[in-house]
Design a protein around this ligand. Structure first.
Ligand SMILES: NC(=O)c1ccc[n+]([C@@H]2O[C@H](COP(=O)([O-])OP(=O)(O)OC[C@H]3O[C@@H](n4cnc5c(N)ncnc54)[C@H](OP(=O)(O)O)[C@@H]3O)[C@@H](O)[C@H]2O)c1
Length: 162
């Protein structure tokens, strides 16, 4: 048990792994939840977080459609969604244009309907990238590398073992 309350709890969080329960608990305790891998780490097969259809955050059609309505990208929508929930995000990019894009979220105010539509993409721990198990890409969709293993999925709730 900690004697000194932490100011902040940084965890993986993006539309496919929303961490709603943890966010509610942190709010109750006065701890700021912050998000690493807020785009689901789309360039990293070892820890990419994917939708139920095996799509990454930047390629998800629901996020892309909402982005199109605002003149923004799917990635920007994912960042704006977390910010609207009070969760600061820490996206990483090696590309100057994308770094600028990830900062330029001004004016991207999502409606309640859009927030709800994004909320429906949450898959709990099945959507996590970090510790979610390695993936392989097949025909544009990311699937667990061990999908064909006789004991897969590993946990009773259908998620991969951390
Ligand atoms: N605290 C912790 O325990 C912890 C754990 C994991 C990660 N982190 C940190 O969190 C930060 C982000 O995590 P992450 O790198 O795993 O995942 P991320 O930020 O979710 O994803 C980074 C990937 O997204 C791409 N990308 C960035 N902006 C984009 C955009 N606007 N549109 C499309 N693609 C975009 C990047 O490619 P390009 O470079 O080609 O743009 C890169 O492949 C890192 O600094 C990392 O060190 C912290």
């Amino acid at each position: 048990m900690a004697r000194i309350k932490p100011e902040c709890n940084q965890v993986e969080s993006h539309p496919f792994f929303a961490q709603a329960e943890l966010l509610a608990t942190c709010r109750k305790l006065g701890v700021l939840l912050t998000a690493y891998s807020p785009l689901g780490s789309p360039g990293n097969p070892a820890q990419v977080g994917v939708s139920a259809e095996g799509l990454t955050v930047p390629k998800h059609p629901v996020l892309a459609a909402i982005g199109k309505a605002h003149g923004k990208s799917a990635a920007q929508v994912a960042l704006a969604w977390n910010l609207a929930r009070g969760v600061p995000t820490f996206p990483k990019s090696t590309n100057a244009a994308r770094i600028a894009q990830n900062i330029e979220l001004d004016g991207l105010a999502l409606s309640d309907e859009e927030m709800q539509a994004i909320g429906q993409l949450d898959r709990g721990s099945s959507g996590r990238g970090c510790f979610g198990g390695p993936k392989v890409e097949r025909e544009g969709r990311w699937v667990p590398r061990d999908l064909a293993h006789r004991d897969y999925p590993w946990n009773e709730d259908g998620s991969e073992r951390a």
